[in-house]
Design a protein around this ligand. Structure first.
Ligand code: NAD
Ligand code: 6OD
Length: 477
């Protein structure tokens, strides 16, 4: 299905069209409609009306069964979803088939279970001086926030969109979603599946288009939006916060990162190298959780860097950057690193394949070393297949280096010393610390970042909390 808006249960391609390019070879593979302000307004109005209609009267059981039907609907069209995700992003098919699409299904199933099984608290309250039982019962109910705007990025398009849509719907909100302009296809398929699942018209709406001065900003600045859940760059989060300020709209932000890995001399080195290959180069580094700063304890520094470089050079089956613009940004950091004095231990350029990929947006997996901590290459998020490796001497220095960043999303610690792991992990300023693993996910756990990496937490009940408002009811007995 071609990218289309989905407003009040109806597909439309209103608005001018812009080209959709394949990152694999740069060819045009389709067009995307750019939602004008009135289409965004109609989507917000449809969501508001849905809350006043049958959707607003659904029980949590009914909503959870909708979520399960949506999960089944994606599963039934699994290959179509994989094809669409691969076409939009150019990522290896195996990645889409084992991570992105299964996680989208998992997101709906997880929130169906979590929302249905969610306990609420009650407090019997003693009221001094009252006659009779002298008691009251306080209990908490949760109301949806209303109309929620969901804005998602291009790197894990369906995974990150459904990560917010599932809890938002489970909590009873009506949604207006805007996926990235680079990756509109799986979101459109999702709208189709949601329609087939029988969700009342207006409960889920989808608009396509760009961000600044376009559909994204029309949506986040709309006075009819009660909350904004956003995943993307920190600078975009700041811009969205400014537009949200006008209407004091609640925000949940998952933003950028410059994630450290700490490799201690007592680590299983082969495991640490393999883990770092995954954490730095999966999806060509275009995952917010990817490692871009690696700190290795001095006794194993040379051995580690040689092994990592060898593995980076051997990588062959990797995907492109999402766009020519993003590829140019990544390559500009490769050049900057050299200007700043880096030693390029692996990669550092554009690969040649001898096939249609030579017209695509590729960058080589790259390992750098030799930069001071003040270098822009070490401080700024690149979001490509690149890491800088530096030595450290002791635990305190490792923690200090890890924390010396404006970001604080995820960190990885490689050590076989369990006491060290427990000592170091809580000292790291990050929302997520993985020990001897990376990106091992349990959907019930809190997910998010500190400092410029985000506001709030998603995952499990944290998402259900964000997407609902507690109301305390006090009944005098
Ligand atoms: P981006 O911020 O450029 O775009 C994300 C979304 O925001 C897109 O849909 C875009 O159209 C929209 N947008 C852009 N400007 C807007 C504005 N002014 N108002 C409203 N909407 C606007 O990010 P990207 O390039 O798509 O993704 C890469 C970035 O996302 C990286 O920084 C990465 O670290 C971050 N990211 C973070 C997480 C996380 O969970 N923390 C996950 C994925 C990506
Ligand atoms: O696994 C997740 O739930 C999640 N939100 C991943 C984010 C990855 C960032 O690119």
């Amino acid at each position: 299905m071609k990218p289309a808006h989905y407003v009040n249960g109806v597909f439309t391609t209103t608005g001018s069209a812009f080209p959709l390019l394949s990152p694999v070879d740069g060819s045009q593979v389709g067009t995307v409609p750019e939602a004008p302000r009135d289409v965004v307004g109609a989507a917000v109005q449809a969501a508001r009306s849905a809350l006043a209609g049958p959707w607003g009267r659904t029980s949590v059981e009914e909503r959870c069964s909708f979520l399960r039907r949506i999960a089944d609907g994606i599963e039934a069209r699994f290959d179509e979803f994989v094809d669409a995700e691969v076409a939009d992003t150019g990522k290896p098919r195996e990645l889409a088939a084992t991570v992105d699409i299964p996680r989208a299904i998992g997101n709906f199933r997880a929130y169906a279970d979590l929302a249905y099984g969610r306990p609420e608290r009650a407090y019997p309250t003693t009221v001094p001086g009252w006659s009779g039982s002298g008691q009251a019962l306080n209990y908490t109910v949760r109301r949806p926030l209303g109309v929620v705007a969901i804005i998602s990025p291009w790197n894990l398009p369906l995974l990150l969109l459904t990560w917010k849509v599932a809890p938002a719907l489970a909590a009873g909100n009506a949604v207006v979603a805007k996926p990235s302009e680079e990756t509109p296809s799986t979101a459109t398929l999702l709208a189709e599946v949601i329609g087939e699942a029988g969700l009342p018209a207006g409960a889920f709406n989808l608009v396509h288009g760009h961000g600044a001065n376009a559909a994204g900003e029309y949506l986040t600045s709309h006075p009819g939006v009660d909350a904004i859940a956003f995943t993307g760059a920190s600078a975009t989060g700041a811009a969205i916060m400014r537009s949200a300020a006008d209407h004091v709209t609640a925000v949940s932000f998952e933003l950028g990162g410059k994630n450290p890995a700490l490799v201690f001399a007592d680590a299983d080195l082969a495991e640490a190298v393999e883990g770092t290959v995954r954490s730095s180069f999966t999806h060509s580094g275009q995952i917010c959780l990817c490692t871009e700063r690696v700190y290795v304890q001095r006794p194993v520094f040379e051995e580690f860097i040689a092994a990592l470089a060898e593995r980076a050079r051997a990588l062959k089956d990797y995907g492109p950057m999402i766009s020519a613009e993003h590829r140019d940004k990544v390559l500009s950091y490769y050049r900057l690193a050299v200007e700043e004095g880096a030693t390029v231990v692996a990669g550092g350029g554009v690969p040649t394949f001898g096939d249609e990929r030579d017209g695509g947006f590729y960058a080589e997996p790259t390992v750098l070393t030799g930069l001071p901590e003040s270098a822009r290459t070490v401080r700024e998020e690149i979001f490509g297949p690149v890491c800088h490796v530096a030595p450290f001497d002791d635990e305190d220095e490792a923690v200090r280096l890890a924390n010396d960043s404006r970001y604080g999303l995820a960190a990885t610690v490689w050590t076989t010393d369990l006491s060290r792991a427990h000592r170091v992990a809580p000292r790291i300023e990050a929302g997520i610390v993985w020990v001897n693993c990376w990106n091992l996910r349990d959907l019930r756990t809190p997910f998010g970042g500190v400092k410029a990496s985000g506001i709030g937490r998603e995952g499990g009940e944290y998402s259900l909390d964000f997407f609902s408002e507690p109301v305390n009811v006090c009944v005098k007995i």
